[in-house]
Structures are given as C-alpha cells and as structure tokens.
Write a protein that binds this ligand. Structure first.
Ligand SMILES: *Cc1c(COP(=O)(O)O)cnc(C)c1O
Length: 428
C-alpha cells in the first residue's frame, strides 16, 4: 500500500473524486498560518495589505483578512470582493495605471483609505470628480523611482514605465498640491518589483522608499499620512532559488521600520503582498489521462495544463523552468524516471513540467503542481480551447469547501450570441 498526500486531514484522492479534476486545492491552515506568522514577526506599525491580483477569491481574502490583512485592489470587482470579505473601506487602497472614471468614483463613494495615483492626468480627473462630490480625495502618489534595486524577478525602478510618476517629474511639479484643491495628497507609494527573494533587497528598498517619501513630502509640501513601501516578496519555485528567511528579514527590516515610525508616529505604513501570502497554500491537481513515449521521452498527458497555470511555463524566462511537482496519490514511491507533464491544449507550449523526476506514472494518477496559490487561473488563458475555470476548494480541519465553481460548457456558451448573416441566393 502506498500513501497519498493529505491536506488538512483530507486525502487527495477523496478531494479529486469528489470535486473532479483539474482542481485547485488550498490548505486553509497554511494560508492562515502564513499571514498570522507574518503579522506576529513584522513590526506592529507595518500594515499588510493583500494584493487581490494574486488570488481574487473572496474566501482566500477573508481568511487572510481574519488574520490581519487589509486589501489592495485594482478593479471594481476586486473592490467589491474586499468589501464582501469584510474589509472596511478605511483598510482598502486602490491602485492601477488605467483606472476608469467609474472606478475612481467608487473609491470616492466608498471613502477608501487612499487612491494610489499613477499619472498627472489621473490626478486632474480625481480632482474634478472630488469637486463634483464636494469631497476632498485622499491620494497617495505612486512614484517611479530613479533607482532600481537588484534581486527582484521583475524590476520596476529606473526604467520607463506606465506605472506611477517619474521621480524627476514629481520633484519638478512644485505647484502640484495647490493645483488640486479637491485632492488631499497624503502619501507616497513605490513598488520595486515582484518575486524578491533577497532579504537585503527588501531592506534596501524600504530604506530608500522611506527617504524618498520624506524628500518628496518636504519638497511638494504635503503631509505623510501613508507610506506604502510596495512589497513583492517572493517564494522559491525553481532550482537554485531559496525562500526568504522571515526571521532574518524581520530582524533587519523591523529596525528600519521602527526608526521611521518613531519619527512619523501618525503615518500609516503599508506593505502590499500577493504571492508571498497565497502561493504556498495552493496545489494545482491534475489527473493523468494518457501516458506515452515520443522519441525516447516519457509524456503524461493530463486533464489540465497551462490553461489554468500559465506561470508553470516558467515566469519571465525563455528557458522552461519547472515548478515543484509530484505524484500525489503515491507520495512514498521513489522517483526513478523523468517525465514531461502536459495538458489538454493543442499547442506544444502546454507543458506543466518538462523534466519532472517521478515514479512510473499510470493513467488515473494525480499530479500536483505545488506552491500554486498565486497567479493561477486568474492569470492564465482559461478560455483557451474553451475549457473554462477549474474548481477551487479550500480545505480546513478535515472539511473541504468549494470556493469557486468549475465552468461548465453552458457557462462559456452563455456569453456568446448566435447571429447568422443572410446567404446571397445563388444565381441561375
Ligand atoms: C502585482 C503587484 C503587487 C503584488 O505583487 P506580488 O509579487 O504578488 O506580491 C503589489 N503591488 C503592486 C503595485 C503590484 O503591481
């Protein structure tokens, strides 16, 4: 007898049989524990805002919120999700380079903590919308800094970007506050990049962002009600990567936070985290349909692929790098072979894993892509070949709960309308 993976006391075969595959399974204890441990170790003055972009599910948001997270949102649906999950407007910020008028109006009507403004044009629009409502909009300026810090998977600073306002332009905009009478410029936000796996980089980013916020507020003459130091903390996915050491990180970061918080006791300090909070808790579970060999290589063709997990193709790299994957229904069997794990799409790019060490694989086996709770289906081409969204299940303490339903063909067809064009009669 072979052992199978259990998540919070529930066997993976039971979950796969009950809910079908492909399936996203979230470990509720891991999710809650991740947030509560961060909350315990991070300096009290630093508030953690969950970036819904990484996983927009209301139950995921609610678990994180119940353990101390606030919300960072970038669309009307994300704003509604945060409210539905119980986050108070005062604990929500809205961010994004292309906000619509309707989104900005919702921010003002809901009276959220701050709109993070990304362009001078947006600032002018916020000013007009606030004037029409007779309110003063709370706005934090997103700065595209002139510096970049290495150690991030995707660096933001020091480059031409559609995000934020260039540091140089802001320092030159001396009448920015007086020109916008209906806006209370009250903070600064900087986001340095995603997938940061170096404690040192996080500390250096934060130090520089604090300094920039002080300089900018002094130069333009606004108060610092809020400083948002971004975040972008990563998790290790690939060979050669190592997870952040939270003890090490907080032992270096907390003194930097403490120093700033002591000088600015009334300033809210914000860190935005997506991947760091959700990635570890999620497993993408696919069932093997066929096994075959091609030119000497083993292929396991599964019922789900990159249509639900685009990141598994190998985030931001031209060379395919494999996410951690394993056979879930026989976890104690030694990996003696190398397998390609592919999905149902009719494209050679639909490869979840390229060189995965596994025991001999059989049809019906369950394979899991681990650390997959962030940027899963919502960041994947789920409509490709019209397979739609997979089911998502949250497991806690021996119980499982559907938190997002699997798309059925009717769900996908409902959005389409059949219009035929008249066919010209054939002459003669
Ligand atoms: C995407 C994004 C985040 C979340 O990034 P993670 O790497 O998932 O933590 C936070 N802030 C901004 C501005 C973002 O664009």
């Amino acid at each position: 007898m072979s052992t199978e993976l259990e998540i919070e006391g529930v066997g993976i075969t039971e979950l796969a049989d009950r809910y079908g595959t492909p399936l996203f399974v979230y470990d509720g204890g891991e999710l809650a524990g991740r947030m509560s441990r961060l909350r315990r170790e991070l300096h009290d003055s630093m508030e953690v805002f969950f970036s819904l972009k990484s996983n927009p599910n209301v139950s995921i948001l609610a678990v994180l919120h119940d353990n101390g997270a606030r919300a960072e949102v970038s669309s009307l649906a994300e704003l509604r999700t945060a409210r539905r999950g119980g986050v108070e407007p005062n604990d929500i910020i809205f961010l994004g380079p292309g906000k619509s008028q309707a989104e900005l109006e919702a921010c003002l009507d809901e009276d959220i903590a701050a709109i993070v403004c990304e362009s001078f044009g947006e600032l002018a629009l916020i000013d007009r919308l606030a004037a029409a409502r007779g309110v003063r909009a709370r706005v934090a300026l997103r700065v595209n800094p002139s510096f970049a810090v290495k150690g991030s998977g995707l660096t933001m600073g020091g480059k031409p970007r559609q995000f934020g306002m260039d540091e140089e332009q802001l320092f030159a905009a001396e009448d920015l506050v007086s020109r916008h009478a209906n806006v209370r410029i009250m903070g600064v936000q900087v986001y340095m990049g995603t997938r940061i796996l170096s404690e040192e980089s996080v500390v250096e980013n934060t130090t520089r962002i604090f300094a920039l916020a002080e300089q900018l507020s002094a130069r333009l003459g606004f108060g610092l009600d809020l400083v948002d130091v971004g975040g972008g903390l990563g998790v290790a996915y690939f060979d050669g990567e190592r997870d952040l050491d939270l003890d090490l990180l907080t032992s270096r970061l907390n003194p930097v936070i403490d120093e700033f918080a002591t000088r600015h006791p009334d300033t809210r300090l914000v860190m935005e985290l997506g991947r760091y909070l959700t990635a570890m808790s999620g497993t993408y579970v696919v069932r093997v349909r066929y096994v075959k060999t091609s030119l000497g290589q083993n292929f396991a063709v599964a019922d789900g692929g990159t249509n639900h997990h685009m990141a598994a193709v190998g985030i931001g790299s031209y060379v395919k790098r494999d996410f951690p994957m394993r056979l879930l229904n026989r976890i104690d069997e030694p990996a003696t072979e190398t397998w390609q794990i592919t999905g149902p799409l009719c494209t050679p790019n639909d490869v979840l894993g390229k060189k995965i060490p596994l025991p001999p694989v059989r049809p019906g086996d369950l394979i899991g892509v681990e650390r997959s709770g962030a940027y899963g289906p919502s960041a994947s081409p789920v409509l490709f070949l019209s397979h739609g969204y997979p089911a998502e299940v949250l497991v806690h303490d021996g119980q499982s709960y559907v938190i997002s339903e699997r798309d059925q063909p009717e769900d996908l067809l409902r959005r389409q309308h059949l219009h035929r064009l008249p066919v010209p009669a054939v002459e003669g």
